[in-house]
Design a protein around this ligand. Structure first.
Ligand code: CMP
Ligand code: MG
Ligand code: ZN
Length: 506
């Protein structure tokens, strides 16, 4: 079984053979079987030496070089896109300036068994029994809730603008968390009404309840599709769904840099540090202070503290300026085969979900992009009114949208998804390895036959393998669509019929 798993995983990992570790291993294998191609050996050694040298130099350099960290190639990425990537995804702070002359550019059977039972539970029609009066359109959408292709826009239309509420209830019931943590239904309803209200506060084109619903669905789907779900306790699962649902609560439609430059109230409160993310998580926990909306009222003090700590770390981890730091830290952890810190792994999963639309089908990605651009452009309009320099990608007259999307996919989305795929393998394969125990006495999931556990495992492996090829297929296709647009000189993405829904009313 393990051999089959590794063979399948190896197939998927072909692309990683470029890494020096893999090259070294390959050279060793060749030496062991005396099958040495001296030319190839020389090339591989040269490559590894130059990479180690580069790493050494990088390690001794005192500060971040955004271009290097994001591996930007200056000849292919327009300068305004590079400025945006560097100022958004690293901790490089742009200098405050007035408008310039020119626009600046599972380990044991217990886990295996958990998998089997959990899978079965995942596929129960929980929502339809708990909420029998849902419109047919909603029930239809929710049938796809375990799929990467789930259409949150259709759910939003079918639920008359309540996609977040509908989806959160569906997932809480599906994962049986409402029963486990005795979440009063009335509290849940009131909490979700308030949450949706907060997401509408600034009528954002992108950062609204539909985006929160999308990210909540994507976290569920990522955990399920990668198998990382089987690594989690129920409390951690609850924290993941909650963190995703609240992660942009009361978003102002402006970037953190805008708050900092304009010395906004939020920037003052949070001392310029993760300004919005600090607000999202703080305001969400404030909602729970009212007993009518306190969905965690029946958690023990220990459970509550653990959940709170995890949610805070996850939501603060969505600050894009820590992207490079978090990616580097997890890469190092995986390279050194260190044990993976759960809060860090879950933060990375939420971060990946937050930037996931370019890794989904074009029909979804092409609807999210104009919404985001419209929000950026609205900020640019405001910056112009205030006489400030227009932030990168916020100038509605002068933003290379297609190029920015290709760069975002290549330098941010693909490396993040590649890393979480590697991370999931390192987490899940040890869970699969151990021999099934026919009589598990685990506290969470009991009495599953070895046969069912085996089925669950096969399913997990298959999913883990197909997950990587699925997101890669989408990012490749989306980049190629954007390239087509550049080649066909479609400068205004809003000319596209499918994108005309992208205005304020997400
Ligand atoms: P937010 O949802 O707060 O956190 C993730 C951020 O990534 C998001 O805000 C945007 O600022 C940014 N982002 C997400 N998708 C894209 C995209 N397709 N192009 C550019 N930036 C993006
Ligand atoms: Mg955010
Ligand atoms: Zn978000």
């Amino acid at each position: 079984m393990y051999v089959c798993v590794m063979a399948e995983i190896l197939k998927v990992k072909k692309t990683l053979l470029h890494s020096p570790i893999c090259r070294l291993k390959r050279m060793l294998q060749q030496l062991e079987v005396s099958d040495v191609d001296f030319e190839e050996l020389k090339r591989n050694l040269e490559f590894t030496a130059s990479l180690l040298e580069a790493l050494y130099t990088d390690g001794t350099r005192p500060s971040f070089d955004a271009d290097d960290d994001l591996q930007l190639r200056s000849d292919v990425v327009p300068v305004e896109v590079r400025d945006w990537l560097a100022s958004t995804f690293t901790q490089r702070v742009q200098p405050i300036s007035r408008r310039p002359e020119e626009k600046p550019r599972f380990r044991s059977i217990v886990h295996a068994v958990q998998a089997g039972i959990f899978v079965e539970r995942m596929f129960r029609k929980a929502y339809s029994t708990a909420m029998p009066d849902q419109p047919a359109d909603v029930l239809n959408c929710l049938r796809d809730v375990d799929r990467w292709s789930f259409d949150v826009f259709a759910l939003d239309a079918g639920s008359s603008g309540h996609s977040l509420k509908t989806l959160f209830i569906e997932l809480i019931i599906k994962h049986q968390l409402n029963g486990r943590f005795k979440v009063p239904l009335s509290c849940l309803m009131s909490f979700l009404c308030e949450l949706e209200r907060g997401y509408s506060k600034h009528t954002n084109a992108y950062h609204n309840h539909t985006h929160a619903a999308d990210v909540t669905h994507t976290v569920h789907c990522l955990l399920l599709r990668t198998g990382v779900l089987y690594w989690l306790t129920e409390l951690e699962m609850l924290a993941c769904l909650f963190a995703a649902a609240v992660h942009d609560y009361e978003h102002t439609g402006r970037t953190n840099n805008f708050h900092i430059y304009t010395r906004s109230e939020l920037a003052m409160v949070y001392n310029d540090r993760s300004v919005q993310e600090s607000h999202h998580v703080s305001a969400a926990f404030r909602l729970l202070q009212d007993e009518n909306t306190n969905i965690f009222m029946n958690l023990t003090r220990t459970e509550w503290l653990e959940l709170r700590s995890l949610v805070i770390e996850m939501v603060l981890g969505t600050d894009m300026s820590s992207h490079v730091l978090h990616i580097k830290a997890m890469k190092t952890c995986l390279q050194h085969n260190e044990s993976i810190d759960k809060p860090k792994a879950l933060s990375l999963i939420l971060h990946a979900a937050d930037i996931s639309h370019p890794a989904k089908s074009w029909s979804l990605h092409s609807r999210w992009t104009p919404r985001l651009m419209e929000e950026f452009f609205t900020q640019g309009d405001r910056e112009a009114e205030l006489g400030l320099a227009i932030s990168p990608l916020c100038d509605r007259q002068n933003t290379p949208v297609a190029q920015s999307q290709i760069a975002f996919i290549e330098f941010i989305v693909e490396p993040t998804f590649s890393l979480i795929s590697d991370m999931a393998e390192q987490i899940v394969i040890p869970l699969i390895q151990d021999t099934p125990d026919p009589s598990p006495t685990c506290s969470r999931y009991r009495c599953v036959s070895p046969h069912r556990a085996q089925k669950g495992l096969q399913w997990t492996v298959a999913d883990l393998v197909s997950f990587r090829s699925m997101w890669m297929r989408h990012t490749e296709e989306n980049k190629s669509k954007w390239r087509d647009k550049i080649n066909n000189s479609v400068s205004d993405i809003r000319d596209e019929p499918e994108m005309q829904t992208g205005q304020k009313s997400a």
